[in-house]
Design a protein around this ligand. Structure first.
Ligand code: ZN
Length: 304
């Protein structure tokens, strides 16, 4: 690929991780999981995107589409012009350790379920827990994916995750999340070809490789965002990753207080909406927001 970094554009994408996955990350019993991530968080994102006139990518855990509530929301997203990408079928955090046949099965089942809702082939993939291997990327390329967007080369995020998993172990709880190789922290942060497939990494800043995702924006708040905004403007291709839970509200959505450990749930909804409205508006006006699928086509064309 010649110089795909020359393209100036932004993508906003939402990983739709349902509550049951947060119980698993924090090593808690998931019996009280509900569908508020789909029915509240994702719906609020869709409303905000409609208000601002931007098209986004939603990475869907395909087994969720078996439930009528999530399925209705996903159908509405596709009808509104958003891209539905694959976030695997069951979101196994150890997907890359399950062997080629199981990985292929996860991909195939997700493709079938998601394309049945969107009416279009699935073109993009985000791995559970951001973890991919050469084998998984080659499998995606073979299956005709246009891009992967799982690489998250962020040392501050990586070290915080490692520390949190160690803390859970000390407390006798076991996260189902797995830790990638440390070398992931220093991988390329701009789009590139990796094992036969276009990789569009999740954005980290040129400064400290600080990650800019929904969770970190919520921790920074509007003032913190003002501080990093000049650094963000130096990034040609912004790939902003969010999670459906980022627009959920602990009290209003009746979420189990045990999940308060999740930083996205410690900020009230009005504050979150105001911050995301400002960030998305900046991306729309300063870069232009497109789906990752569309960006992958433009990157390929600019490299040709
Ligand atoms: Zn996920």
């Amino acid at each position: 690929m010649a110089s795909p970094g020359a393209l100036r554009a932004a993508a906003v994408n939402v990983d739709v991780d349902s509550l049951y996955l947060y119980y698993r990350i924090h090593g808690l019993d998931e019996a009280r999981a509900t569908d508020v991530v789909w029915e509240r968080g994702v719906v609020r994102f869709a409303e905000l995107f409609a208000e601002l006139g931007v098209a986004a990518t939603f990475f869907v855990v395909a087994q969720d589409l078996d439930r009528p509530g999530p399925r209705r929301v996903a159908e509405a997203l596709a009808q509104a012009g958003h891209e539905l990408g694959s976030h695997s079928h069951t979101h196994p955090y150890d997907l890359t350790r399950l062997g080629r046949a199981t990985m292929a099965d996860e991909l195939a089942r997700a493709e079938d379920a998601i394309s049945a809702v969107s009416g279009r082939p699935v073109r993009g993939f985000r791995a559970p827990g951001y973890t991919v291997t050469r084998e998984l990327l080659e499998l995606l390329a073979e299956r005709g994916y246009a891009y992967d967007s799982s690489l998250f080369p962020a040392p501050p995020y990586y070290l915080a995750k490692a520390a949190y998993m160690a803390w859970l172990r000390v407390r006798g709880r076991k996260s189902q999340s797995i830790l990638d190789r440390p070398s992931i922290m220093w991988q390329r942060r701009t789009p590139h070809r990796r094992h036969g497939l276009l990789e569009i990494p999740v954005t980290v800043l040129p400064w400290l490789r600080l990650h800019v995702i929904g969770t970190s924006l919520l921790q920074l708040g509007e003032r913190g965002y003002g501080v990093i905004a000049p650094w963000l403007r130096r990034v040609d291709l912004v790939n902003l990753e969010l999670h459906g839970i980022d627009l959920c509200d602990l009290a209003e959505d009746g979420i189990d207080p045990a999940l308060r450990t999740q930083p996205d749930l410690r900020v009230d909804l009005a504050t979150k909406l105001a911050l995301f409205r400002r960030v998305f508006t900046d991306l729309r006006d300063g870069w232009g927001v497109d789906t990752l699928e569309s960006l992958s086509g433009r990157l390929a064309a600019s490299a040709a």
